[in-house]
Design a protein around this ligand. Structure first.
Ligand code: ZN
Ligand code: ZN
Length: 439
């Protein structure tokens, strides 16, 4: 499946761009054995290996055996506990890294990889990630999700030079991490749908080849979902390939549109509350699965309405940004400030621009419904899948207070300057009505 990804690499695309992605990806059974050739190719003389206790237990021996037999000098650092992506987590990896190491091998998934990408972007060293779980789509992304001065930030780093997803290593990951990986893939139903709707309404750049790459990867993951619980080789491989394609697609597009939409922002709001107030949160992909369920259900409600110019304009007229800002502060604490500040640049609540957008929505309504029909699954399909794998459908199942759900959904439109479902609902004056039904 990864060959599909290569098909549009470095060739002029019909969207007008030439997509390129330079990392090497080795996936499948025995992929780890590529490591010695990779190191030889790099001319590596001194390697720094880091992991945490759990990830080292899974992949450490395979990596160090290869280093031993290749007679390459190396040193290792193993975190006692899973690190946080903050000053201490990154600092520990840096302080143990020999200055003359020319190559870094990280063994792990989300946080370990975020730290590895930061460390090697700063230090100009070759970087190899040996993936230990198909749990999220950040392996090939060029940024790191970090926590700086207590605030969650996405920092520009680099994509790994080589990504190794050996099925035998990946399949030792807990089933919950695989379900999380599936959740990060299910999010793509919504992200592609919203990318197309935004393209239609705002003229945002869109590439059909990238969208199709994601659709194929997503279908493959759903097809093997039956055997995720038994951690079959094919399920693990499909998830790893799909998630890799998800992050490569973001590289190709130069934006996160192919892989994230409203469902990711619902997840971000839950994370922001968790950081500010210590409220419960769960794995990234589990929260994305919940966001996908919520968004799909709300999109389905749109089939039975017709946008109305009067309703839309009177809703926008009554909207008070100062009031809404106070709402955000109550919901999110200090994290709200950067979201509130975005409006000065985005002007998403500008009344005149809204009228124009609303006219266009009314004119293009049938096209919007058509996109939804083409991209989104029916909620009954998701019900079957979620029930089969015991995937949570509501934030209440991961400990979020039910009374906060409408507010969390409404706040998800303020995270980034992206046209997503809660913005469409705001435009047509139905945001409050729809948000009330989130459960
Ligand atoms: Zn393209
Ligand atoms: Zn994600």
């Amino acid at each position: 499946m990864l060959n599909l990804m290569k098909k549009i690499n470095n060739v002029p695309c019909s969207c007008g761009k030439t997509h390129s992605f330079d990392s090497e990806v080795y996936a499948g059974r025995g992929a780890i054995n590529k490591l010695s050739d990779v190191l030889l190719g790099f001319g590596s003389r001194k390697v720094y290996v880091f992991a945490d206790k759990n990830t080292y237990a899974v992949g450490g021996e395979a990596v160090t055996n290869i280093l031993e037999s290749s007679e390459i000098a190396y040193s290792t650092f193993i975190y006692d506990e899973s690190p946080k992506p903050d000053e201490k987590g990154l600092g520990s990896a840096v302080i143990h890294c020999p200055a003359d190491a020319d190559t870094v091998i990280a063994i792990g998934s989300g946080v370990i990889n975020d730290i590895g990408k930061m460390l090697t972007a700063l230090g100009n060293k070759k970087y190899i990630i040996v993936a230990t779980a198909p749990s999220m789509d950040g392996y090939a992304s060029t940024s790191s999700s970090m926590c700086r001065d207590g605030l969650k930030v996405s920092l520009s780093s680099k994509s790994a030079d080589v990504i190794i997803g050996d099925t035998d290593i990946l399949k030792t990951a807990p089933v919950k991490m695989m379900i999380s990986g599936l959740g990060d893939m299910l999010a793509k139903y919504v992200s592609i749908c919203e990318w197309r709707i935004s393209n239609l309404l705002t003229g945002e750049y869109y590439c059909e080849n990238i969208a199709e790459l994601i659709r194929v990867a997503l279908r493959n993951c759903v097809k093997v979902s039956d055997s995720i619980l038994s951690r079959s080789d094919e399920a693990v491989a499909a998830l790893f390939d799909g998630l890799t394609i998800g992050s490569v697609a973001m590289n190709y597009a130069g934006i996160s549109r192919p892989a994230s939409g409203a469902e990711h922002y619902i997840s971000h709001i839950i994370d922001m509350r968790s950081e500010e107030f210590g409220t419960p949160a769960d794995l990234h992909g589990i929260q994305c699965a919940i966001g996908t369920y919520i968004a799909t259900k709300l999109y389905e409600k749109l089939y039975s309405i017709t946008p109305d110019f009067e309703r839309g304009t009177s809703y926008a007229r009554d909207f008070d940004f100062a009031d809404w800002s106070e709402h955000l502060r109550t919901l999110l604490g200090s994290g709200a400030e950067s979201m509130i500040a975005l409006e000065a640049k985005e002007k998403k609540y500008d009344k005149e621009a809204h009228r124009e957008r609303l006219k266009l929505i009314i004119e293009k309504w049938n096209d919007i419904l058509k996109i939804m029909k083409e991209e989104l699954p029916e909620i009954s399909e998701l019900d079957k899948l979620y029930d089969k794998l015991s995937i949570p459908k509501s934030p209440t199942e991961i400990g979020t207070e039910a009374a906060l759900l409408p507010e969390i959904f409404k706040a998800s439109k303020d995270i980034r300057d992206k046209y997503v479902l809660p913005r469409l609902l705001w435009d047509i004056g139905l945001l409050d009505e729809f948000a009330k039904t989130v459960e």
